[in-house]
Write a protein that binds this ligand. Structure first.
Ligand code: ZL4
Ligand code: CA
Ligand code: ZN
Length: 397
């Protein structure tokens, strides 16, 4: 394949650690860290690493994780194993097919598997390293595809997330940056990040997600959830939620995304942006219910990049591994400015090429299919945009 040249005028850094890729949540668990191996295979086979500074990140230390998480919880993650969990917590050994959730959120969504702490400390370390490169001005766009685990709480695992690497990275950015904009295009609501920064105006959280209270996880993030209600709370109006129905397509999503993000950036004037690129908002995702194509998902990344604000890009959900890999490889190419030069036909010689055969050996298979009808009307979308514009009018200062 052709060598790809470094982007002109800015630096992209890619932070990863193979230690994250080989962990197993369990046989049929949807989260497959192996999707990171597939992503890396595409990034390297296209030669995109030659256009970035690449770093093998170190694991986050106990103290670094404890900057957000409760000490007892970090200690728990550090010592618990599949072997000792029932000795430590006999009360967990109740359910017929294993433990039921109660202690620190562990359960079927967040199982205790071999090497759990190694997994968590490594994906978190990569996001922290990436944030520090931005703070030091050694990088303008820093990428960690293993991060983006937006549901983890201070002392609770939730929705496949144990350590909230996004919160830890934003805490690093806040040492230097006065205002950080967090944008979350995972199909699930970014509740953990929202909760962590609910009462501050130094972080503006914007999540786009499927919303169906009681039915779709985590059930939070309606349009009118915009921060604390108390008039004196600085966080009031510094949370934007964009609740969506099944089946949104590339066109509707792009229109909505641009009409929410552009005025938000104009009004809030962030000095750094964190973009969570959960790929479960693609069509054909095992857990998701949207109809986005790889290009539609990538358009969000291009749009955010076009503001030329230092940016941390993390992964997140994504449960059809070959499409996760396609999306994140394409988005890597956007970030290094090589999206127009990549051959959409997958490289002839690459590891795991067979894994991509199902939808065809291309970066851009048709994922918009007919699996989910688009239940978002033009009126729904216009109503959201009007609501966001009104909300922004209150923070104009
Ligand atoms: C599974 O097959 O909606 C977990 C989870 C484990 C293996 C064997 C156990 C079978 C689907 C999901 C029974 C599991 C039942 N295994 C799990 C309310 C729920 C209670 C738990 O992308 N059951 C909870 C979490 C969501 C719920 C989504 C998205 C993360 C992110 C960022 C997290 N939890 C119902 C489910 C399986 C499983 C099959 C599953 N869990 C699908 N959706 C959920 O935003 C990374
Ligand atoms: Ca989201
Ligand atoms: Zn998700």
């Amino acid at each position: 394949e052709n060598e790809i040249s470094r982007p002109k005028g800015y630096t992209v850094s890619w932070h990863h650690n193979p230690a994250v890729e080989n962990h197993h949540f369990g046989q049929t668990h949807p989260m497959k860290p192996w999707r990171l191996t597939l992503t890396k295979s595409l990034v390297l086979s296209y030669g995109m690493h030659t256009a970035m500074d690449t770093y093998i990140s170190r694991p986050a230390s106990r103290d670094e994780i404890a900057e957000f998480h409760k000490d007892e919880y970090v200690e728990f993650l550090n010592v618990v194993t599949p072997q000792n969990i029932y000795e430590m917590y006999p009360e967990l050994a109740t359910g017929p097919q294993g433990y039921t959730s109660s202690i620190f959120g562990v359960g079927e969504d967040c199982p205790i598997f071999d090497g759990l702490y190694d997994f968590c400390s490594n994906y978190a370390g990569a996001s922290i390293d990436a944030a520090r490169k931005l703070v030091n001005h050694q990088s303008d766009i820093a990428i960690n595809w293993s991060g983006g685990l937006h549901h983890a709480k201070k002392a609770e695992a939730s929705g496949f997330c144990y350590v909230n690497d996004i919160v830890l990275a934003i805490l690093q950015l806040l040492r230097y940056h006065p205002r950080v904009l967090y944008i979350d295009i995972d199909v699930h609501h970014g509740d953990g990040v929202e909760q962590a920064f609910w009462s501050t105006d130094r972080v503006m959280c914007v999540s786009f997600h499927k919303y169906d209270k009681e039915v779709f996880f985590p059930g939070t993030g309606p349009l009118d959830s915009t921060g604390p209600l108390h008039p004196d709370n600085p966080g009031k109006n510094y949370t934007i939620n964009v609740p969506l129905n099944d089946g949104i397509d590339d066109e509707g999503y792009a229109y909505l995304f641009q009409n929410v993000i552009e005025p938000t950036i104009k009004v809030y004037r962030p000095t750094a942006i964190v973009l969570q690129c959960g790929a479960d908002s693609l069509g054909h995702d095992r857990l998701g219910c949207f109809n986005l194509n790889i290009r539609g998902h990538g358009n969000c990344v291009s749009f955010v990049k076009s503001f030329h604000i230092p940016m941390l890009v993390v992964g997140g959900g994504g449960y059809t591994p070959r499409n996760v890999a396609r999306a994140w490889a394409h988005e890597t190419s956007i970030l290094i400015g090589a999206d127009k030069t990549l051959n959409p036909a997958l490289p002839e010689h690459m590891p795991y090429r067979e894994a991509f055969r199902r939808e065809g050996l291309t970066l851009f298979p048709n994922l918009s299919g007919w699996r989910k009808e688009n239940m978002n009307t033009r009126a729904d979308i216009e109503r959201i945009i009007r609501h966001v514009r009104e909300q922004l009018s209150y923070i104009r200062g």
